[in-house]
Design a binder for this molecule. Structure first.
Ligand SMILES: *[C@@H]1O[C@H](CO)[C@@H](O)[C@H](O)[C@H]1NC(C)=O
Ligand SMILES: *[C@@H]1O[C@H](CO)[C@@H](O)[C@H](O)[C@H]1NC(C)=O
Length: 361
């Protein structure tokens, strides 16, 4: 052992080894550097080239991301009384016999105490008692049993309104069917017709749309008015002016927004696949009273889009029958929690009374 050791610590050998080590390290480092660079390039190519191409040519992915109906935490749909007293679950047939899950919630003055629900058959009749009826069109993801939506049903119920909350096809426990803008409008139309039939001409029907549901309710209202039919009023909570602009302003889209080919790969294909939700077109062609509610700290749909929509509507009909109410950032309502505002019941009540007065005049 000893001679070898002596041999190995011979200064020249040690020096040579050291050089080899350094050279090896350098090579290794170069390899690591090249490897990192290649990986980085691949990631960049994937994010900025592959994702846009896949998005452009795959309508099913566009729909999946727009509707987010796969983000669904089921609740006990059949027992809405667990969440809101004075309610029942039922199913309404939409186009192609697709079954749509519906909750009918009675106004407070008709809702008995918990545990004493009226028989399901009585609900149909109670819908014609003359109180305002709100048809609630929810936004993307979740279902009619998502908690911030239930909170709103309670506010409306406490204001003595009926609430009809439902799931579009492929949401919640509704039947499966391909989603599209027209599919969501048609499903809402089926619910509107079902409701109208049961109000027996005593109709003070209002639409409430939230988020994507604002695009759906605005489109439906346009279809109705083009058939000389209308509703008493439309409340838009956190609306956008049209899907194209919403996509450009969506937080996640900021990753690609600066690319010169952003519209070519993202907004144009969606528009060409008839996913448009152009409320700024639909609402300039209707007359029903409109109330817009929007929080300044909404990052999902920036309030500027809502303001643009408001301006468009005003330019078509003047200010008399369209209102805009904004909520300051320090209240932290964001995209989903305007329902927490203590004055909301009053704001809605005022709008409902004014709208009914307009309907009668
Ligand atoms: C929507 O309804 C219209 C008219 O009833 C019908 O022509 C169309 O096929 C329906 N579209 C969808 C996607 O259900
Ligand atoms: C709606 O009413 C207008 C004017 O009263 C009429 O000209 C038009 O034909 C009606 N449209 C429909 C679809 O009934």
């Amino acid at each position: 052992m000893l001679p070898r050791l002596a041999h190995s610590i011979h200064p020249r050998r040690v020096f040579r080894r050291l050089i080899m080590k350094v050279l090896y390290k350098k090579k290794l480092m170069r390899r690591i550097a090249v490897g990192t660079l290649v990986t980085l390039l691949l990631v960049i190519v994937f994010i900025f080239v592959v994702i846009p191409i896949v998005f452009k040519y795959t309508p099913s992915i566009q729909k999946m991301l727009l509707f987010l109906n796969s983000v669904n935490i089921p609740v006990d749909f059949k027992r809405p009384g667990k969440f809101v007293p004075g309610s029942r679950n039922t199913y309404v047939r939409g186009d192609g016999e697709i079954s749509l899950g519906v909750w009918q919630i009675l106004p407070k003055n008709l809702a008995p105490d918990e545990g004493l629900e009226p028989a399901s058959e009585q609900f149909d009749k109670l819908l014609s008692n003359g109180e305002p009826v709100f048809i609630y069109m929810h936004g993307n993801s979740g279902n009619r049993g998502t908690s911030h939506r239930i909170d709103l049903y309670k506010v409306l119920q406490n204001n003595n309104y009926h609430v009809i909350a439902f799931d579009y096809r492929s949401y919640g426990d509704s039947g499966k069917g391909e989603l599209s803008e027209m599919a969501t409008v048609n499903d809402s139309m089926a619910i509107y017709k079902w409701t109208k039939e049961r109000t027996r001409g005593n109709a003070k029907i209002f639409f409430w749309g939230h988020s994507l549901g604002t695009g759906i309710s605005s489109h439906l209202l346009h279809v109705l008015e083009s058939r000389n039919e209308t509703v008493a009023g439309l409340i838009l909570e956190a609306p956008f002016n049209n899907l194209e602009e919403e996509m450009r302003n969506y937080p996640l889209a900021q990753i690609w927004r600066f690319l010169p080919w952003f519209d070519y790969f993202f907004t144009e294909p969606v528009h060409d696949n008839n996913l448009r939700y152009e409320s700024d077109v639909h609402l300039t062609q209707v007359k029903a009273p409109i109330l817009i509610l929007h929080a300044e700290d909404d990052i999902v749909i920036p309030i500027q889009l809502s303001r643009k929509l408001y301006e468009k509507i005003v330019s078509s009909r003047g200010q008399g029958t369209v209102d805009f109410k904004s909520y300051p950032s320090d209240r932290h309502y964001g995209h989903k929690f305007i329902v927490r505002d203590k004055k909301l019941p009053e704001v809605i009540d005022e709008f409902v009374k004014r709208s009914i007065a307009i309907q009668r005049s």
